[in-house]
Structure formats: structure tokens, C-alpha cells
Design a protein around this ligand. Structure first.
Ligand SMILES: [Fe+2]
Ligand SMILES: [Fe+2]
Length: 282
């Protein structure tokens, strides 16, 4: 089955290292408590989510031709998400050392186990492609708009930039597997609503949990003002998320209709040398 992402080549698997201990101990995102906790909360949610994305895509490997460009893409997808999961687990271990708790870990684990037992593989894959779409939307915003990471600690900006690059590189892999294995529009959109609701709920609860454990006790008014600026000020994340939401509802949607390979190339040209690439291309 020909795939659209095959035209873009298999993504590179990298194994960078980051020095996270010192910056995570402070308000690393420009001294801004809300932005720091928002990014840290997202990190808290990644390892479990990424492991379930890998499982849901891997399940379809036996149905893909061997060898085929799409199969090579899936193996690269698994390698990239595995690296994200490992690095964010280290990131989160440091947050735990600092006293922050992963408030939703048990419930999210239960939810994923329930899905594994009760949902069809194609439904689980539909949840994955919905989450991958949000990862791609946030990644695209990070690469295109310097305001997203403005003022951030250099090492953490590098980590989030690297993750944004790889989410872009593999943004259509799970989607192409879904289509190649017979996934249709209605299933895709229904699980997208489910994933949207849970993503927003989980993020809100986890950010709140981070704020409650913040020893500097940031004031509510400052947090709200900062959140408003993030969503409606220069990075305009509210508009970005809304555009991403609406694009996904189009029946003919495909992630590469937004071709942002140039942004990936520009980031790699500027920062590629700072990533310790022990893994190499696959
Ligand atoms: Fe990822
Ligand atoms: Fe991803």
C-alpha cells in the first residue's frame, strides 16, 4: 500500500543527552511559573502515552508488507518515540526528586490497560493518531514561533526543540498505518473528540498538581495572567490549537498537507550539532 509519509523518507533515530538537573530546579521557562509548570506537566504525561502509541502501531506491523517504505517508517517511529519516552522519564524522575507528583499516573495506566483489553486495535490506533496530531500541532508551533520557548533555559529549549522536530518528522506515520489498514473517517473523528477531552482534562489536572507543589507559591492572579498571555498573546496557542482541531475534522485531512519540512531543516541546521547523535539513521 503506497503511503504519503513514504515520500518524505524514514525519520532519523537520535539518542541525544541533556543536562536537566540544574535547570529543572527553577522556573526554567523565562522565570514564568505557568509556562514552566505547563511544559513540566506535559513531560509527566509523555512516557506512558508514548509507550501506548508504540504498542498500538506495533500491533499492525505484521499487516505491513516486508520490506516496504511504510514498515521502515514504523520502525523509525518506534525508535523516536522510545527515545522520547526514555528522556522524559529521566526529566520526570528529576521532577519527582524535587517533590512534584504525577497525579494521573495510576488512572492513565488503568485507562490504557482497559483500552488494551476492551478496544479493537484500529480504535486504539485512532486514539494514537489523534494524540499524534496534537503532538504535531504543538511541535509545528514550537518550530515556527520563537515566542513558544522565548526566555527558556538553553538546555531545555534544546530538548523541547528536538522533540518538536521528531514529532514533525514522524507526524504521518501512525496516520498512514491507520489508512493502510482500513481506518475510516468516522472512527478517526470520534476518537479525536475522546482524545481532545482527555488531553485537556489531563493537562489541566496535572498543571494544577504541579502548582500545588511549587515551594515558591506563585500567586493565582499571576498564573492566570501568564496563562492568558500564552494562549492569547504572542505565541497565540489558542488559535494554533483551534486551527489544528478544525483541520483534523476535514474528511480529506492528511498531516503532510501542512508541509513544514523547511522548519525542521532550519532547526537542525541551527541546533543539530548540539544533539549527541549516538543512534544514527535507520
Ligand atoms: Fe514523542
Ligand atoms: Fe509522536
Amino acid at each position: 500500500m503506497p503511503s504519503v509519509s513514504a515520500r518524505y523518507g524514514a525519520p532519523t533515530i537520535r539518542q541525544p543527552t541533556f543536562a536537566l538537573d540544574a535547570p529543572l530546579a527553577g522556573r526554567w521557562h523565562g522565570g514564568d511559573a505557568f509556562r514552566t509548570h505547563l511544559f513540566n506537566a506535559l513531560s509527566m504525561m509523555f512516557p506512558l502515552g508514548e509507550a501506548s502509541f508504540i504498542d498500538s502501531v506495533r500491533e499492525f506491523l505484521p499487516r505491513l508488507e516486508q520490506p516496504s517504505p511504510l514498515r521502515a517508517q514504523v520502525l523509525a517511529f518506534i525508535g523516536q518515540e522510545g527515545a522520547h519516552s526514555r528522556i522524559h522519564a529521566r526529566y520526570n524522575a528529576r521532577l519527582a526528586q524535587l517533590g512534584f507528583v504525577n497525579r494521573l499516573e495510576r488512572w492513565r495506566r488503568w485507562r490504557i490497560d482497559w483500552g488494551r483489553r476492551h478496544l479493537r486495535p484500529l480504535d486504539r490506533l485512532a486514539v494514537t493518531i489523534a494524540c499524534e496530531h496534537y503532538a504535531a500541532v504543538l511541535g509545528a508551533a514550537t518550530l515556527a514561533n520563537p515566542a513558544v520557548l522565548a526566555g527558556a533555559d538553553r538546555e531545555l529549549a534544546l530538548l523541547w526543540g528536538w522533540h518538536a522536530v521528531e514529532e514533525t518528522e514522524h507526524k504521518a506515520v501512525a496516520f498512514d498505518v491507520y489508512r493502510a489498514c482500513g481506518g475510516g473517517y468516522l472512527r478517526r473523528v470520534l476518537w479525536f473528540f475522546y482524545a481532545t477531552a482527555l488531553f485537556n482534562f489531563d493537562t489541566t489536572v496535572q498543571v494544577e498538581a504541579m502548582i500545588r507543589r511549587d515551594p515558591t507559591r506563585p500567586r493565582r492572579r499571576d498564573l492566570l495572567r501568564s496563562a492568558w498571555r500564552f494562549y492569547f498573546g504572542p505565541p497565540r496557542m489558542a488559535a494554533t490549537l483551534l486551527r489544528g482541531f478544525l483541520a483534523y475534522l476535514r474528511p480529506g485531512f492528511h498531516p503532510w498537507q501542512h508541509d513544514n519540512r523547511a522548519a525542521v531543516q532550519a532547526w537542525l541546521a541551527a541546533n543539530g550539532g548540539r544533539i549527541d547523535n549516538k543512534g544514527g539513521a535507520q
